[in-house]
Design a protein around this ligand. Structure first.
Ligand code: HAM
Length: 429
């Protein structure tokens, strides 16, 4: 017997359906608009890349690369991975297309699916969507950091998510008198309190001590509060850069909170790091993460290049908007064409075509329905008007338009109908 078991979307993936997809489109449209006003152009990199690209860029020891990538051997036996993020791809593309020859900096944005094999929960999926932007080349002027942050805050505001918190930090850079010296101090301090920490943090003392600061474990919080802070150990240049970024943010009227524990989970960051959180999302409340990554392009085989960027978690942004009542309403129709009779049908087809060409959404039932039944359907679909076309109406050239909200009817010629609807559209938009 044939196996008739039903298929389901794979765990951690989901179908995005109407009406929610209208909200996704609105969000993406807003990103195109806002990023365009800041001079960014769109890049669409592939969804899979050599595994080695992510290993080198994001870091072989990071959770993302060591545990969460979907990797497979291609037929030529090279290892390929579904992208867990897109910064590495954008840097690869910058090198591959010789973009260092273009006027600097090059400002690019992207949107699309990313893949990480995490434990699924609210706001955390295995296929999720990011909207991100990267500024590559040119200088590391603090004004660039501030403008990138200003852009993402402008986007959140425009899309209707104004109640967000921006946290910023500087994690210094990889020079002996800066982050490495701090990490040594941190490690020494962690060794002192090792037996009070959980297993994960204990392991991280060796593998990545900075990540201990990320811990959400309740009983570790008081201990972490006593650890040395990076701001007190940055080199003079990083201290000055960080102060200037803060001044530049103030200049732009961008509110922020300094958070010395913000270290981020990808290896490529240096100096400025930031995260944006939204209310009502529970533990997965980061809707955007980003930071500076000077040196990443060089690490991937390109020329020494400055870089900074961010990625917004679109799934979480949508959840947030829905939670504050800014979700999408089911899409109604402007006009439902209720027709009866052969001659009326020919006219109905033409009317539907003309109305759609004029930009109205029109539902045309494919088979004849009694007027009562047709009006019921029109109502269920949330139609604003029903255009009633029987053989009489067609013969007289005088059509009946019913306003479904109040049941009023009016007789109109074809030209009057279009004029009337155009007028109403302007009123309602
Ligand atoms: P990230 O912090 O790994 O950074 O991801 C950015 C955002 O993507 C997160 O704040 C979150 O909103 C969303 N996100 C991450 N994982 C998931 C998931 N499993 N389910 C749903 N949403 C998720 C990056 O990816 C960097 N490439 C950002 C960047 C760009 N830095 C510089 N340029």
């Amino acid at each position: 017997m044939a196996n008739k078991s039903k298929f389901q979307a794979i765990r951690g993936t989901r179908d995005l359906l109407p009406p929610e997809t209208a909200l996704w489109n609105r969000v993406e449209e807003t990103a195109h608009e806002v990023f365009g006003t800041f001079g960014f152009g769109e890049i669409r990199p592939p969804i899979f890349e050599p595994t080695e690209l992510f290993a080198r860029a994001v870091g072989g020891d990071s959770d993302i690369v060591s545990k969460e990538m979907y990797s497979f051997e291609d037929r030529d036996e090279s290892s390929i991975s579904l992208r867990p993020e897109a910064t590495a791809s954008v840097c690869r593309a910058y090198i591959e297309h010789g973009m260092a020859q273009l006027p600097q900096p090059v400002k690019l944005y992207y949107m699309g699916p990313m893949f990480r094999r995490e434990r699924p929960q609210k706001g955390r999926y295995r296929q999720f969507y990011q909207i991100g932007a990267e500024v590559l080349g040119g200088s590391d002027a603090p004004g660039i950091d501030a403008e990138v942050i200003e852009m993402v805050m402008t986007f959140f505001d425009r899309v209707g998510l104004s109640d967000v918190e921006l946290d910023i930090n500087s994690i210094g850079h990889n020079a002996p008198d800066c982050r490495p010296a701090y990490v040594q101090k941190l490690k020494a301090a962690l060794e002192q309190v090792k037996d009070k920490l959980g297993a994960d943090s204990q392991r991280r003392i060796e593998s990545n001590p900075l990540r201990v600061l990320d811990s959400k474990l309740e009983h570790e919080q008081a201990i972490i509060a006593t650890l040395p802070r990076i701001a007190d150990h940055l080199c003079a240049e990083c201290t000055a850069h960080c102060a200037a970024v803060k001044r530049q943010l103030e200049l732009r009227g961008v509110f922020f909170k300094e958070n010395w524990r913000l270290v981020r989970g990808l290896d490529y960051y240096m100096r400025t790091t930031f995260e944006i959180t939204a209310k009502g999302l529970g533990s997965q409340n980061a809707v955007c993460g980003g930071g500076r990554y000077d040196g990443l392009v060089e690490l991937l085989g390109g020329p020494p290049t400055k870089g900074i960027g961010f990625a917004i978690g679109e799934d979480r942004l949508i959840l947030s908007l829905q939670e504050i009542g800014k979700g999408a309403a089911p899409q109604g129709r402007d006009v439902y064409v209720a027709w009866m009779g052969e001659r009326a049908y020919a006219t109905a087809v033409r009317a539907a075509k003309d109305l759609r060409n004029a930009g109205f959404s029109v539902e045309l039932p494919p088979t004849e329905l009694k007027f009562g039944k047709a009006l019921e359907r029109a109502d269920k679909l949330g139609s604003r008007y029903a255009l009633i076309l029987g053989d009489n109406e067609v013969a007289e050239g005088s059509w009946t338009l019913k306003t479904l909200a109040d049941g009023t009817q009016q007789k109109l010629t074809e030209t009057e109908l279009l004029e009337f609807l155009r007028g109403r559209k302007n009123l309602s938009s």
